[in-house]
Design a protein around this ligand. Structure first.
Ligand code: PLP
Length: 412
């Protein structure tokens, strides 16, 4: 018998070496605080906004003396509060939804929804680029079948639904539920889903109204739609979505998420979503920070940040378009709609990211398995707090690297 702990460590090390060999070993990094942020999801720069800080501190001060800062348990035990319930009502009203249920993170929200709501016999149809947390929830789900469709492709969704309704008449007859899982803005490419077209296809192919959309608005929250309310509200499709997930850890400078849904679904999740039931609920400081962000949204205070971000996006886009790119395998820009997320695709993303980091710009190389093989990139996120000078500096660094790389290639 060998030494079991040593054996385990050996196999862990071997797994890490495999990742190393494939150039995809993940590491925790801390970049200098002086580095310019072109990476985080703090799109509105709310986390450093004086207005947000002041509002948050006000909320903390308003709490009566001895008000517990810890939640003290699961929402179902001691972790519930009038403050949490009032916040859910406030957010649901802002998003024009019947009700909402807070989760500790977007990850927990997606795991809770997908693992508990689809029933045996049901079908989940999901966009191939849906977030890992939705996959985790689907993996735990009792749904009979999960089928992916090509990213944001109405034709592919249509083909999948046609195949499934033909194969199983109960789907067409409305005796099985079909869940359509999408994001409104995708985290890696920043593209906006064609939700309206998807709704049309579902109406046509599932006329018995058994098609239920679950849309994750993580990257749209605060940035897209009127007062940052999201893509669904911008399209006026609130009533057509069964569930909307908004997360607070990105543009809202906080933590946690809300599942917007009807009262029955909320009640069901309280009873069956294990990622809600078996975990300590958000404590008062987090609830207060979420409240602060939503108050600023609701009062229209963040609209000027949305506008400034929009101007920076247009500026960066124009400057990127002006780059002289000879070889698109070395460098290619992918940018969709008016998203603050830019994908700088490259076959050497680590090299490009490292040059930018050395010059004081925080950007990150995104490698498989986070993105499919062949889709490696440097992901650049713009923020309302970035300046034109910072963008110019990043652009000059990219142009310098591009020039050097192309010169090296022609010498070979
Ligand atoms: C689309 C999407 N959904 C859900 C999540 C998870 O949200 P959270 O970070 O709040 O767990 C993320 C990112 O982390 C995301 O990009």
């Amino acid at each position: 018998m060998g030494d079991p702990p040593q054996c385990l460590r050996d196999s862990l090390r071997q797994a890490l070496r495999q990742r190393e060999d494939k150039l995809c070993r993940r590491k925790l990094t801390i970049l200098p605080s002086t580095s310019v942020d072109f990476s985080s999801n703090d799109f509105l720069s709310l986390s450093t906004s004086p207005a947000y800080r002041a509002r948050f501190l006000d909320h903390l001060q308003l709490a009566p003396p001895m008000h517990p800062f810890a939640s003290g348990g699961s929402r179902l035990l001691d972790g519930n509060s009038a403050y949490a319930e009032d916040l859910e009502g406030f957010i649901a009203e802002f998003h024009n939804a019947p009700s909402g249920l807070l989760f500790n993170s977007g990850y927990d929200a997606n795991v809770g929804v997908f693992s508990s709501i689809p029933q045996p016999g049901d079908l989940i149809v999901y966009d191939e680029l849906i977030h890992a947390s939705a996959h985790e929830g689907m993996r735990l789900s009792r749904a009979s079948k999960r089928v992916k469709f090509s990213h944001s492709s109405p034709d592919s969704l249509k083909a999948v639904l046609q195949t499934e309704t033909t194969a199983d008449p109960q789907i067409y007859e409305g005796r099985r539920n079909v869940f359509i899982a999408i994001e409104s803005v995708y985290s890696m490419d920043g593209d906006v889903a064609p939700i309206r077209e998807f709704v049309g296809i579902v109406d046509q192919l599932l006329p018995n109204k058994n098609g239920y959309f679950i849309v994750d608005e993580a990257h749209a929250t605060g940035v897209f739609g009127p007062r940052g309310s999201g893509v669904v509200q911008a399209m006026g499709l609130e009533d057509r979505m069964f569930i909307r997930v908004h997360t607070f850890g990105k543009a809202l400078a906080s933590h946690g998420a809300i599942v917007l849904c009807c009262a029955d679904t909320r009640d069901y999740l309280i009873n069956y979503a294990r990622s809600l039931i078996y975990t300590t609920a958000l404590g008062f400081p987090f609830l207060a920070s979420i409240r602060s962000a939503y108050e600023l949204l609701a009062e229209g205070e963040t609209e000027q940040l949305q506008r400034k971000l929009g101007r920076l996006i247009a500026y960066f886009r124009t400057r990127l378009d002006g780059l002289n790119i000879k070889d698109t395998s070395t460098f290619e820009v992918e940018h969709f709609s008016n998203s603050p997320i830019f994908s700088l695709r490259s076959n050497v993303p680590r090299e490009l990211a490292s040059v930018c980091q050395q010059r004081g710009y925080t950007v990150r190389a995104i490698m498989p398995p986070t993105v499919p093989v062949g889709r490696e990139r440097v992901r650049v996120c713009l923020h309302a707090g970035n300046t034109v000078e910072e963008i110019d500096g990043l652009l000059e660094t990219i142009a310098m690297w591009l020039h050097r790389t192309e010169r090296q290639k022609t010498r070979l």
